[in-house]
Design a protein around this ligand. Structure first.
Ligand code: ATP
Length: 258
């Protein structure tokens, strides 16, 4: 793969990224560096392209017909859109958690062991180890340790979402993409997931789409503001929310539209 020099702290480097869904120009020349071991939040009104952008980072948009993507996305300096890239391995490195908790209809244990098994791990001892570690890392082990063999669908919504985070962690990703991971959850579960993200960033790089500006201010180190497919402003969360440079960012964060 082509090697390029990037800032040492940069985990994902995005340059001149454009995405079209048919004739809809959904991402317009987006440039961004996503820092390693930080939380980066994407905010903006509905339909501005936040989720689309998040999905370009692990090529989830490849699965949609009539999508055209131009530009560069480098993970550790390597082009993820190179034809040589194995997208299964890419998505192992860059895991994803969705808005609605989506556990598989199987046991808690099998949900977590699913990915490692696909990647060839067969040893029961090893799988037991991965299941426990992933559940611990996702701060849900104590709540499910006595029901590992029971269906994951019996868990509460907040528990299911932490299970999905554990499932993403089980294949040892480097980056975790989260698409509004708490919007379907109650405030207590939301708080648990936010605390968890603070922990996770020490080991992983986290990017999150959120509708909730308070959430961005609570957890994100960096924030990017999107508007109709353009990334209007990107900076530290403190700067974006206290001293936005662009009038449109200021109008959005002060609730003048959205
Ligand atoms: N699968 C798709 N096929 C065609 N167009 C799509 C698809 N997904 C999104 N779009 C369009 O791309 C644009 C950006 O949508 P996207 O879902 O990325 O926005 P968003 O900011 O995440 O919105 P929301 O906050 O409502 O989830 C919208 O115009 C949307 O209609």
């Amino acid at each position: 793969m082509e090697e390029k020099t990037v800032n040492q702290q940069t985990k994902i480097h995005v340059e001149h990224l454009n995405l079209h869904y048919g004739t809809n120009h959904a991402l317009k020349d987006v440039n961004m560096d996503i820092s390693e071991h930080k939380i980066t939040a994407f905010i903006g009104p509905s339909g501005c392209g936040k989720s689309t952008f998040l999905k370009t980072l692990n090529r989830m948009n490849d699965l949609i017909p009539n999508v055209k993507i131009d530009g560069t996305v480098l993970l550790d300096g390597e082009d993820i859109y190179s034809p040589k890239v194995d997208t299964t391995l890419l998505r192992k490195k860059i895991g994803m958690v969705f808005q609605q908790p989506n556990p598989f209809p199987m046991s808690v244990y099998d949900n977590i062991a699913y990915g490692p098994r696909i990647h060839g791990i067969r040893s029961k001892v090893k799988l037991d180890e991965i299941v426990e570690k992933s559940l611990r890392d996702a701060a849900i082990f104590d709540e499910v340790k006595d029901r590992l063999k029971k269906s994951a669908l019996g868990l509460s919504g907040g528990q299911q979402q932490r299970l999905c985070i554990a499932r993403a962690l089980a294949v040892e990703p480097e980056v975790l993409l989260m698409d509004e991971p708490t919007s379907a959850l109650d405030p207590i579960s939301t708080l648990k997931i936010e605390e968890l993200m603070e922990e996770l960033k020490h080991k992983y790089t986290v990017a999150i789409v959120t509708h909730n500006m308070q959430q961005a201010t609570r957890i994100a180190d960096y924030t990017a503001f999107f508007l109709v497919g353009e990334m209007i402003e990107f900076g530290t969360t403190e700067q974006i929310f206290s001293m936005p440079k662009d009038q449109r960012t200021e109008d959005y964060i002060t609730g003048r539209f959205g």
